[in-house]
Write a protein that binds this ligand. Structure first.
Ligand SMILES: [Mg+2]
Length: 230
């Protein structure tokens, strides 16, 4: 297959979302004096938030809740589990998180090496379900802007991965066909099955090997492996 276009997911594919979240939570844990407010263990607090965040994102993807609700509620319910029943407090925490976390430098190893290599051979693009204003800052803070010809966010496309609509929107924006394109992402349901549905080949980035027997074109553990595929 001779590809012309390579589409990347951003969070947890190029950008180490968990590392970034941890950095910002450490800052905010201090700033909001959470220890003094009854949140004894930073690690437990972070784990609890992550669980709540995943559940909220699922509801957001399914169209059950709005972005605005998700943004504050994930912090509110987490703080509530420590008996901090204060929506305004959760709102301030949320606002700081949204402002600070995309400013973190948190790329996976070898991202610049792989993108520099690919840029010489293909046209590169991003398809992300993340918030538009956040993803832009994230890409700038991590010097990713120059590599990509187009960035498609779910907000702009009016649909979230794995909905075929966002993939078709991104293809059109890129001036690409499915047959000459390949999608690289970490989420089997969202990135891989979504891309497959519209006829793109796929590379699953599974650094922890968490997906058992995934049905995909290629599967990698390290982004450097892309250089031997493409
Ligand atoms: Mg991802």
């Amino acid at each position: 297959m001779s590809y012309k276009h390579v589409f990347f997911d951003l969070d947890r594919t190029l950008y180490d979302f968990d590392k970034s979240t941890r950095i910002t939570f450490q800052e905010l844990y201090k700033k909001f004096r959470l220890k003094e407010n009854g949140v004894d263990s930073f690690e437990d607090f972070l784990e609890l938030y992550k669980k709540n965040n995943v559940a909220m994102w699922e509801r957001y993807r399914n169209g059950e809740i709005t972005k605005k609700f998700l943004n504050v509620e994930r912090f509110f319910v987490t703080l509530l589990q420590y008996r901090i029943n204060d929506r305004a407090f959760a709102g301030r925490f949320a606002a700081d998180y949204i402002r600070l976390s995309p400013q973190n430098e948190a790329l996976y190893p070898n991202v610049h090496e792989v993108l520099s290599y690919l840029r010489g051979k293909y046209t590169l693009h991003i398809i992300t379900n993340g918030f538009e204003e956040v993803q832009g800052v994230k890409m700038k803070s991590n010097n990713l802007d120059d590599y990509f010809k187009t960035v498609t966010t779910s907000e702009e496309a009016g649909a979230k991965k794995p909905n075929p609509k966002i993939f078709n929107y991104a293809l059109k924006k890129a001036g690409a066909t499915a047959a000459e394109s390949i999608m690289i992402g970490d989420d089997y349901e969202v990135d891989i099955l979504g891309a497959k549905e519209v006829g793109l080949d796929q590379i699953l980035f599974a650094p922890n090997g968490s997906v058992e027997n995934p049905d995909c074109t290629h599967r990698i553990k390290d982004l450097l492996e892309i250089k031997s595929i493409l």
